[in-house]
Design a protein around this ligand. Structure first.
Ligand code: SF4
Length: 446
């Protein structure tokens, strides 16, 4: 099928799953139009670099990637979050062919067409209905909206990606159905703010398989739950209507897993951060969720050392941590992001104090996580096999995840004697041991 006259596009993708989802759309369109995707610079007629610009280190990594593509190929189109800052890209690399922002499929394709005309006979039949995916075959990210209506003071995503635009629910469901038909066993719902899905279109109904469904998180989640695969929700803010999805978890329709980025617990810091749902009583909400769905796994992320954070604010966060008993937690020290309004706030916290608070935070959470993980030993769990590897002794070890773990960010379950298993298999295992955040599983004894 490949021949010398088929135009070839190289593709470099950096950044978060949301950027990966943009990349998949561009790759799908390129293939639909008959371009070949090349995996090296030398064979490519041009290279698209999908960038990330969230923090300073991501900006540097993205600029380096653009520089490498220019050195090795010379014809480069830049897209993604850093592309929203045209001047930064153009100042560093004036020779790029075009710069577009994130979620800019049409602009990227226009730039590709302008520099590498599309083939006369597109091989549209080469594109599978589920599109081209960057994740392994058995799980996939499903992006339900783009942009964000909030203005958290530490974040510049809204200035790069704009206000919330929800994808039509029919399109989202068709994509999900195609993924399942293509063999995907787990769908990870992503966006900047999953709980806000449909706010921009006033929750208007769309259609899936001729059936009206409201463009709203609860209705979307119910419909996804009908597909019979694992459904995992990410980036959910604790608004009251989130309570509606917890019974769906208890009933086994979707995974009992909620990724809720709380970021802090002190009301004055949450206010200074301009966090969504900052006035909700999150501890009461967590308790109510656990009463409805005792198996729920709660993941969250926090920032310590935000400007103005006093010892009292930090202590409130530590108290929250002790009481909330979250299962999965990430913590970062506050770092200024170019263009974020928090940079102007008074009382910036010295770096040494930020690091000290991070260490205190992690010490408490490590203890909580270790206690929680110990309780899993002896339980029987269904796990999804992600990968297999062979030890030097020839033993096949499986790398799997239970409902309590999202890929790439949470702990895994190692499986002994995994010979005969395949990535994408669901198996029942007994948890026999723990190691840090990870677990070891073996076939149940009876
Ligand atoms: S909710 Fe806040 S942190 Fe998240 S994308 Fe929107 S502005 Fe940024």
């Amino acid at each position: 099928m490949n021949n010398a006259s088929t135009p070839k596009v190289g593709f470099v993708s950096l950044g978060c799953p949301k950027a990966g989802s943009d990349a998949e759309r561009i790759l799908t369109q390129l293939r639909a139009e008959g371009y070949q995707i090349s995996n090296n610079y030398q064979d490519s007629d041009l290279v698209v670099v999908n960038t990330c610009g969230f923090i300073d280190s991501a900006v540097t990594e993205s600029l380096d990637a653009i520089g490498e593509a220019l050195d090795k190929n010379g014809k480069v189109i830049v897209t993604g979050c850093l592309g929203a800052k045209q001047d930064v890209v153009k100042n560093a690399h004036p020779n790029v062919l075009a710069v577009t922002g994130p979620h800019a499929l049409e602009e990227v394709m226009q730039a590709v067409h302008a520099n590498l005309p599309k083939p006369h006979d597109p091989f549209s039949d080469l594109v599978p209905p589920q599109g081209i995916r960057l994740t392994p075959q058995h799980y996939a990210y499903l992006k339900i909206s783009e942009g964000c209506n909030h203005r958290c003071s530490f974040c510049i995503i809204p200035s790069m990606r704009g206000d919330l635009v929800s994808r039509p629910i029919g399109d989202v469901m068709n994509e999900a159905e195609n993924l399942v038909n293509a063999g995907v066993s787990e769908i990870l719902v992503i966006s900047q703010d999953t709980s806000a899905y449909g706010v921009d279109v006033k929750y208007r109904p769309g259609f899936w398989n001729g059936r009206p469904i409201k463009t709203r998180m609860t209705e979307l989640t119910k419909a996804l739950g009908e597909l019979g695969v694992w459904i995992r929700l990410h980036y959910v803010y604790p608004y009251p209507h989130v309570d509606e999805v917890i019974p769906l978890m208890a009933d086994g329709l979707i995974l009992p897993y909620l990724d809720v980025p709380f970021q802090h617990a002190s009301p004055s810091i949450l206010k200074a951060m301009k966090r969504p749902a900052n006035s909700e009583n999150n501890l009461a909400r967590i308790q109510a969720w656990r009463e409805i769905c005792p198996d729920i796994t709660l993941r969250s992320t926090f920032i310590v050392g935000f400007p103005g954070e006093t010892e009292d604010d930090f202590q409130q966060l530590m108290d929250f941590l002790e009481q909330a008993q979250l299962d999965r937690v990430g913590c970062f020290t506050y770092s200024a992001v170019d263009g974020a309004s928090a940079n102007q706030l008074p009382n910036q916290v010295p770096e040494s104090l930020k690091q000290e608070r991070l260490a205190r935070f992690m010490e408490v959470q490590e203890r909580i996580s270790a206690e929680k993980i110990k309780h899993k030993i002896g339980t029987v769990q269904t796990v999804l096999v992600d990968e297999l590897s062979e030890t030097n002794d020839g033993e096949v070890i499986g790398l799997a995840r239970s409902a309590a773990s999202a890929p790439e960010i949470d702990g895994v379950v190692y499986l002994k004697d995994a010979d005969g298993l395949q990535p994408g298999d669901f198996v029942e295992v007994e948890i026999i041991d723990s190691e840090g955040h990870d677990l070891w599983g073996a076939p149940p004894r009876n």
